[in-house]
Each structure stands twice: as structure tokens, then as C-alpha cells.
Design a binder for this molecule. Structure first.
Ligand SMILES: *[C@@H]1O[C@H](CO)[C@@H](O)[C@H](O)[C@H]1NC(C)=O
Ligand SMILES: *[C@@H]1O[C@H](CO)[C@@H](O)[C@H](O)[C@H]1NC(C)=O
Ligand SMILES: *[C@@H]1O[C@H](CO)[C@@H](O)[C@H](O)[C@H]1NC(C)=O
Length: 146
């Protein structure tokens, strides 16, 4: 291998081993907390969003004004990232993890489907544990990055 190829391989291994440890994608069948994750567009314009985990890419969506994108995970051990675009603005963060779930959406319970409702506004990213949350149920978690 050339030095260039070696560097690329080293970078590849670093990204896959260190930034995205393989253990994150192990599904624990005994952890059966079901969560519906919503990305609701409270912007005055279309919102573009891409949600993905180590196992699957949910694809790129244009969410119209006042509409929402939804996906479901059947285990609280899943971890999903979201990348968001609004005009020139963007941000990316973890939209679902066991920590997000227990902090904002309710503890995992095999008998109850819980809700992680992200509301995206021009002011930033809010979360609630119900759909159509009243303002007092919303917690601001992230601003737009730029
Ligand atoms: C699966 O999750 C349960 C409860 O969260 C835990 O007690 C158990 O040790 C986990 N098993 C594995 C193989 O990670
Ligand atoms: C949902 O959030 C409210 C606060 O907005 C809280 O009082 C309630 O306990 C939460 N429900 C669950 C299931 O965590
Ligand atoms: C779920 O429901 C079953 C059957 O009603 C019950 O035995 C069990 O304790 C419940 N689990 C939880 C975590 O509430």
C-alpha cells in the first residue's frame, strides 16, 4: 500500500472504531421501550432533515411548514442522529438515545409507546413528550449552529 492508502485506511478504521464504536449498533432484545420520534416543522419555510443510525439511514426529507416526519424505534438502546437544514442554517445532533429518552420522553416501558417530539423553530430545537405540546411542555435543547 502507498502511504496515501495507509493514511486513508487508518482514517477509515479510526472513524469506524472510535467515532462509531460497533457496540452502539448491538440491539438488546430485552430492552423493549418503544418510542415514536417526531420532527415537526415550526419554521416559516420547508425544513430538510436526515435521520440516521449506525444501522440505517432514514433518508433525506423535505418537511413542509406545519408538517412532521416520524420514525419509530422499538428499543431505547438505539441511537439516531439528525442533520437539519433551513436555508443557510444547519445543525446536527443526537435526536434519539437512551439518554434523550430518559431525560425528555419518559422512561422505557414495554407496555407504553413513548413520544419524543422535536419542534424545529427559527429560534432552535425544542423537545416535548407529547404531540401538539403546549408551550410550557417544550424544552429548548439546541440553537441553530449558525
Ligand atoms: C439488556 O438490557 C437489560 C436491561 O436494560 C440489561 O439488564 C441486560 O444486561 C442487557 N443485556 C445485554 C446483553 O446487554
Ligand atoms: C412529560 O413531560 C411533563 C413535563 O412537561 C412531565 O410532567 C411528565 O411527567 C412527562 N411524562 C413522562 C411520561 O415522562
Ligand atoms: C406490562 O404489562 C404486564 C401485563 O399487564 C405487567 O405484568 C407488567 O408488569 C407491565 N410492565 C411494566 C413495566 O409496567
Amino acid at each position: 500500500m502507498s502511504g496515501y492508502q495507509k493514511r486513508n485506511l487508518a482514517l477509515f478504521l479510526y472513524i469506524y472504531c472510535c467515532l462509531f464504536p460497533p457496540t452502539l449498533s448491538v440491539v438488546n432484545a430485552s430492552a423493549g421501550g418503544k418510542y415514536h420520534v417526531y420532527i415537526a416543522n415550526g419554521l416559516p419555510d420547508n425544513l430538510r432533515v436526515n435521520c440516521w443510525s449506525n444501522d440505517e439511514d432514514l433518508g433525506d426529507y423535505n418537511v413542509p411548514v406545519n408538517q412532521r416526519f416520524r420514525f419509530t424505534t422499538t428499543t431505547e438502546l438505539a441511537k439516531y442522529f439528525g442533520t437539519f437544514w433551513w436555508g443557510q442554517k444547519t445543525n446536527a445532533f443526537v435526536v434519539f438515545s437512551s439518554q434523550v429518552a430518559s431525560t425528555y420522553c419518559g422512561e422505557a416501558d414495554p407496555n407504553i409507546s413513548r413520544i419524543c417530539y422535536w419542534l424545529v423553530t427559527s429560534d432552535g430545537f425544542y423537545i416535548a413528550n407529547v404531540t401538539r405540546p403546549p408551550p410550557e411542555a417544550l424544552t429548548k435543547v439546541h440553537p441553530w449552529a449558525n
